[in-house]
Design a protein around this ligand. Sequence first.
Ligand code: FES
Ligand code: FES
Length: 228
Amino acid sequence: MPKYSFRLNGERVQVDAPADLAALWTLRDKLGVTGPKYGCGINVCKACTSLVDGKAFNPCATNTSDLQGRDITTIEGLADGDVLHPVQEAWLEQDVPQCGYCQPGQIMSAVDLLRRTSNPTDAEIDAIENVCRCGTYFRVRQAIKSAAAKIQAAGGVDVAGLAPGAGGGAVSASDVSAPVEVAAGSSALAATGGAGTVAAAGAAVVGAGAVAAKVAEHLREQDGPAPA
Ligand code: FES
Ligand code: FES
């Protein structure tokens, strides 16, 4: 089976996978990164939205071989340690998620938009194609506008150090010459989509363990104890 090397959330990784295996399954099943969600598998719902070289892409419709040498960011890689990305902060402040299932993809699409357009119009926000079965679109719009203001107040540079529109930059061959394996299931928390999953939804928005604890604390203040 071929080996592919790429950068995933700042770490160099190497994975054995069939060339035509959807990148979503390589990320989720082989590398344990479950922030990108499966909704349709045909590049329609956008639940799996992540970034390749700083731009939105849909791993359900991307071959694993196309990850070779690229720089992939999922929701798990958005925060800088315990410091949330401005889009994540805005999502929490606006209480955007309901069940949470679509929210990692919504956030990654918002990050992509704000890198292309520092002050998006309603029409530009409406052009985002991510589907939300819970109908959180109004709060998504509010959160994107709030995040845009946060990024501008910070001088137009987001937590990842990229000015809007700058993109992420491709990974050079030397970047991936010494890949390391990523521990499976290291950081992701999946939203379950059932009743009483507000805390799980919040965790899915953020993705990383330390930050998920911060989210759970935030939600406890509002809604009482989080489910185990
Ligand atoms: S699962 Fe990727 S677009 Fe629907
Ligand atoms: S599908 Fe979007 S919050 Fe439930």
